[in-house]
Design a protein around this ligand. Sequence first.
Ligand SMILES: [Zn+2]
Length: 434
Amino acid sequence: MIIGIDDTDSKRGMCTTYLCAFLLDTLHDEVSTPRLVRLNPCIPYKTRGNGAIAFEIRTDNSDKVKEVVRSCVCEFSELDDVDTNPGVVFIDNEERLSDADIRILKCYYESAVREVLNIEHATGIISHMDFDYFGLKNMRGIIGALAAAAFVLLQRSSVHYDFTYELIAYRQKARWGTPRIIDENSVWAADAATYPLTWDTVDVANRRIVFAPHSPCPVLFGIRGDSVDAIYRAYELIYAEPVERVRLFITNQGTDFHLIALDRNAKLLDYHSYIVEGVVESPPVTIAGGHVVFRMVLNESSAIIDCIAYEPTKGFRNIVRQLRVGDEVVVSGSFNHGTLNLEKIGLISLNREEMRNPICECCGRRMESAGRGQGYRCKRCGTHRATKEAVTIDRRIEEGLYEVPPVARRHIAKPLIRMRHERAYKGLVIHPSR
Ligand SMILES: [Zn+2]
């Protein structure tokens, strides 16, 4: 039986992954590695990371398991919060699913990460496929619960989805809401010993530890990476307060699965994330709050959009500030109200040409405009030229792919360092940020 759970947490506390870890330690049956599935990161009503969980359990008594899950969700969910609307989906009739059903679930999972779904969509599939489910309050968690359960099912079928791991350590209950005790030096040492097989533990450029939340939730920290061995090696190196439990998750974090490649002449939609190519149309400007904005024309549709690097993206803004009109770029990030919130930028081809007033052949000084449409002349020597001349200028930046630093990274965004063994977008050189 596959069990998917979502939306038990609130901004104030709890965490659906903790509920999952607790359940797995409570159910003594044979359980799979749980999945942590990040859904559309720009959904307006999400809690922190918009993550749902799912796992598989081998059991002779599925009614008993369902009862344990149900009581756990009722007990742990932050039901006082208006935005907490738990949902649970049980898939215990897998053998009866057709290939067409699997295709529907594949489409559903992909939509849950990339689009905005409603509860009716989820309950329609649930009743069509005869899954068992339950929910509390408005049950919006059903949407993510079904997506997470589908992810488990799909990973076993012929669909290959990129995935990574996260090992999450949970705090003892008496410590919830108190400052976390983590020896920072040991975290830096653990990162140094295991990067790039682990990533986003620290932010080197910003001198920050980024693998621990600051909310009152039960999570002490989470170690993300591509290698289970390296993750546990890092865990062994970290000195911190005693933990209640730890659990390894397989996850779609760090995969860029939320990005949609724009079809020709398609329109960009709010609350969706895209990867689009185009040409810089206006020079970058720094606006109030320290955010940096520029305008680009899309190749796919010739639409004009604003791209923004927010202040929390820190040094990434210095890359964006180097852009010139005419640069060919590829950008990725979430789109809202005509503006794309930059997660990555690829400089495909830099515009190194600048038009300047011509130089006088006699005295070597720059000529001045002789008036509108009159060309250029040197007052001193009386020489004349009809047009400006193109000069090649130095750019203080090079072509390649750039990303926001770990401190500003979305869970689902793929760190560039993960592309080191593959051909990155159009063969661009990667400039990982850490
Ligand atoms: Zn001259």
